[in-house]
Design a protein. Structure first.
Length: 302
């Protein structure tokens, strides 16, 4: 009885030992859970914190429009001469366009211009030939005096009609002291064969003197010298400041030449020193204003 009992007990102990070998270890189970938790935290940190060496992107940067910088600066000094040199053509004092001149004849072309700028024209300014036919005229001809803003001036050049028949034209200009030409004017004549052409007044010049009678003393007299290209009758009227015109009158020419007519003005002495003027307008055949004569004289007491 004692041997079997010991055997049974031994078997029971062996079975217990074998069962202990198959039970899970608490230490191993705890270590596995901690390891899993640590891995989970590490994964979360990895997702939240970017890598210190990020992967470069291949996407191109967008192209931006160019930027223009505006830099404030002080205004430069004004050096423009705009408005300084300017002129208006007033009239052809002599030889209006189309006047017939015999081949080889000498003549003087005169233009009347007004200084409409803000600068005076001085002797450093000049009339200069610019284009066309010079007709023997000067290339450069300096002004002989000052022409202030608002004043008019008669500019003349000595010319010779070309030897060939037909229309001939030459252009001159007014040049300032800096060498800039700012006004242009021309002469345009018709050279005939000496048989005569269209009748016309070619030019008008003026002179100033005085007249007196029993009631007036030393009053202004303006004399107009009218020149025509041939025979015919000229119809004209006088004009005077400020805006007075006379009745028309006639002047008959038997051939090309010059005739003089007078305008006597009983201008009161209270006008002495005041600028006044008298001029001629040709109604036929030209329909043209031939300028005027300015003066400051007036009648004196008889």
């Amino acid at each position: 009885m004692h041997q079997p009992a010991r055997f049974v007990v031994g078997l029971m102990l062996a079975a217990a030992l074998l069962a202990g070998c198959n039970l899970p270890s608490r230490v191993q189970a705890t270590s596995a859970a901690q390891t899993a938790a640590a891995m989970t935290v590490a994964a979360a940190l990895t997702a939240a914190v970017p890598s210190s060496t990020p992967t470069s992107t291949t996407a191109p940067f967008p192209t931006l429009p160019p930027v223009t910088a505006t830099i404030a600066t002080s205004s430069p000094a004004v050096t423009s001469t705009t408005g300084c040199d300017d002129a208006d053509f007033v009239t052809d004092v002599s030889y209006p366009d189309g006047t017939e001149v015999d081949a080889g004849d000498a003549f003087a072309k005169t233009w009347r211009l007004k200084n409409t700028g803000t600068c005076s024209w001085t002797p450093s300014y000049a009339v200069v030939f610019t284009s066309g036919e010079s007709m023997g005229g000067p290339t450069v001809q300096s002004l002989t005096g000052n022409v202030n803003p608002g004043q008019t001036v008669d500019l003349s050049v000595a010319l010779t009609a070309p030897g060939s028949n037909g229309s001939h034209m030459g252009t001159w200009g007014l040049r300032n002291s800096a060498g800039v030409t700012f006004a242009h004017f021309w002469v345009k004549i018709t050279v005939g064969s000496g048989t005569g052409g269209p009748f016309a007044v070619t030019h008008v010049t003026y002179s100033l003197s005085t007249w007196s009678d029993g009631s007036h003393s030393n009053c202004p007299r303006v004399t107009a010298q009218i020149t025509t290209s041939g025979p015919g009758t000229v119809t004209y009227h006088w004009t005077r400041s400020p805006s007075t015109t006379s009745a028309t009158d006639d002047l008959t020419f038997s051939g090309a030449g010059t005739k003089s007519i007078n305008y006597d003005w009983a201008l009161g002495s209270s006008n002495a020193g005041t600028t006044n003027w008298v001029g001629i307008y040709i109604d036929e055949p030209n329909h043209q204003d031939f300028g005027h004569k300015e003066f400051t004289t007036a009648c004196t007491s008889p």
